[in-house]
Design a protein around this ligand. Sequence first.
Ligand SMILES: *[C@@H]1O[C@H](CO)[C@@H](O)[C@H](O)[C@H]1NC(C)=O
Ligand SMILES: *[C@@H]1O[C@H](CO)[C@@H](O)[C@H](O)[C@H]1NC(C)=O
Ligand SMILES: *[C@@H]1O[C@H](CO)[C@@H](O)[C@H](O)[C@H]1NC(C)=O
Ligand SMILES: *[C@@H]1O[C@H](CO)[C@@H](O)[C@H](O)[C@H]1NC(C)=O
Ligand SMILES: *[C@@H]1O[C@H](CO)[C@@H](O)[C@H](O)[C@H]1NC(C)=O
Ligand SMILES: *[C@@H]1O[C@H](CO)[C@@H](O)[C@H](O)[C@H]1NC(C)=O
Length: 564
Amino acid sequence: MQELLNFISSIFLLLLGTPLHSDKQIESDLQPVTVTPSGTIFGLYNVTRRGRRFESYRGIRYAEPPIGDLRFQPPKMIDKYESPVNATRDGHVCPQAWNNCCRTPPYEDMDEDCLFMNVYTPLKKDRKTLLPVIFFIHQSAFLAKTARSDIFEPNYLLDRDIVLVTFNYRLATLGFLSTGDKIAPGNNAMKDQVIALRWVQKNIRAFGGDPNSVTISGCSSGSVSVIAHMVSPMSKGLFHRAIAISGSPTKIDKMPSDQYTWAEKQARLLDCPTTNSSVIVACLKTKPWRDFARTYDKFYVFDRNPIHQWDMVVENDFGQERFLAIDLMEAIRQGNMTHVPIIINQNTAEFFSMAPPIITNSTILKQMNEDWEMMASLAFLLPKTNLKKALELLRTVYLQNRPLYLNSPESLERLGSLYCDSSVAFPVHRLANLMCRHSTQPVWYFFFTYVGECGYYISPYTGKPDRAVHQDETLYLFPSPYYCEQIGLIGRDAVIVDRMTAMWYNFAKYGDPNPIDADLGLYWPPMTPDNRTYLKISDDLTLHKNLREKRFELWEQLHPIDYN
Ligand SMILES: *[C@@H]1O[C@H](CO)[C@@H](O)[C@H](O)[C@H]1NC(C)=O
Ligand SMILES: *[C@@H]1O[C@H](CO)[C@@H](O)[C@H](O)[C@H]1NC(C)=O
Ligand SMILES: *[C@@H]1O[C@H](CO)[C@@H](O)[C@H](O)[C@H]1NC(C)=O
Ligand SMILES: *[C@@H]1O[C@H](CO)[C@@H](O)[C@H](O)[C@H]1NC(C)=O
Ligand SMILES: *[C@@H]1O[C@H](CO)[C@@H](O)[C@H](O)[C@H]1NC(C)=O
Ligand SMILES: *[C@@H]1O[C@H](CO)[C@@H](O)[C@H](O)[C@H]1NC(C)=O
């Protein structure tokens, strides 16, 4: 059987005009090798959490370097590698702010030439059939982070029979500049993601991955990207299932078709004239990428607000290949999308970590109490429609009409809930409720409340995580050495890793997260409009209904939509 498959794949490669190396001739004890339609790629071996060896190919260039004349241009796919690729080191990190917050590492290896991909796959001898592919889109507000292997380690997921693909895409101004005209129609970073998906279609079979079973997945802005691919005509046919964790593009405002004011702001920050878009873009093209990265922090008005800056746009038609031609929420409501099975979730305290820097800083706190209108509309991404009413109502309901007090635990809770609901929780609620009405495919909804040894938020009172915040669910899918020691094989955290990876694997393989080869102790049914069941993941798995619907009524009243 294996011989037959090898034979068929050799014929396949031959038809695509690839020189026929025999894997066995050049593969060594040190380096696995994969012969793809685009060329030969060498990797390294590595070992998973459970001690299983796998093949790791890091730093594969999937598009031409987006530098020089290609800056602010759509990506160009690489069809053929001129010489074998020695994919043993991660590619460069895309330019981003120097002083990243939190516990992220300094990225010394930044460069504008950053369109690289990593592919992780079980050993050839362990691949009996083509394996489902999990294509992971990294998070961080389209402003930061990277797919680098120390940030997203494959060591948990590769205990399952899957092929994992992670990759970088352009960030901030260099990825999202959109003047709304033909000079810069926008969405270049999203087109990077599409090119990465096309690369997967072309080459993943050689790594043992099934191009007809690709699960696009992502957290936060990665999740927003997942939904956008479901709608984009460019992404059609490139994926088959979706996992959208803790992020939704169903913002209250309609999507814009440009981010001209951000372009002007960037121009001013780099001493460029702002006469018109051709002048702006011509000047920005002359600036070193380091200068962009140095200014990114200056887009914040206070602390790290507003958290959403660069984003995708609905592209006007200038004859270019458009990533988005229709508002995302509208597309979902019309069912005008690629219908695939999807998992959606939110965590207990999304974006809670935005609250402490405010509650502990007397200057910012004073400003927030005194200029609620400006500060709240920025912090909570409030649209212009119904703004006055929103500002009043949010202050009444979330803050009980009281000022915020310095270092007050109660104020922290109140402000934290407001960040949670405005930034992620309510948009995700909208997404799940729209999707289960308009998708022909099942929607599974979960609520992640598990608090383990590690977390993205450490309580100042206990010195430990005390709630499930934004991104915490990813700690059980990817070892994240800057936040957590690798989770072992026993203990509470280990159980969560086993469950999460079982669900992911099962969903990627069968389009249903209920594991066939592991017992969750219950059956997790999809959410339907009339029976809005969700799975709560804490130490136990339990089923509930109507996730936080009472709490979100206020938002529904402020910004009503017709869900049907
Ligand atoms: C593999 O193992 C080495 C240690 O030998 C480690 O430094 C490297 O980053 C690991 N990860 C991957 C994905 O190859
Ligand atoms: C790939 O790079 C490593 C480290 O630089 C080197 O040891 C190895 O020989 C190279 N392999 C190939 C096939 O060029
Ligand atoms: C943009 O401004 C420059 C400088 O004033 C001018 O030469 C050019 O014609 C303008 N372009 C457009 C498209 O208006
Ligand atoms: C669906 O969206 C596309 C743009 O993505 C648009 O061209 C098309 O007209 C829409 N179809 C319907 C039926 O509205
Ligand atoms: C408080 O915020 C102000 C204004 O953003 C900033 O300049 C100052 O450094 C902050 N203070 C502390 C202690 O973080
Ligand atoms: C709703 O879903 C739950 C869980 O699958 C099931 O037990 C219950 O019977 C369903 N209720 C209705 C009214 O369909």
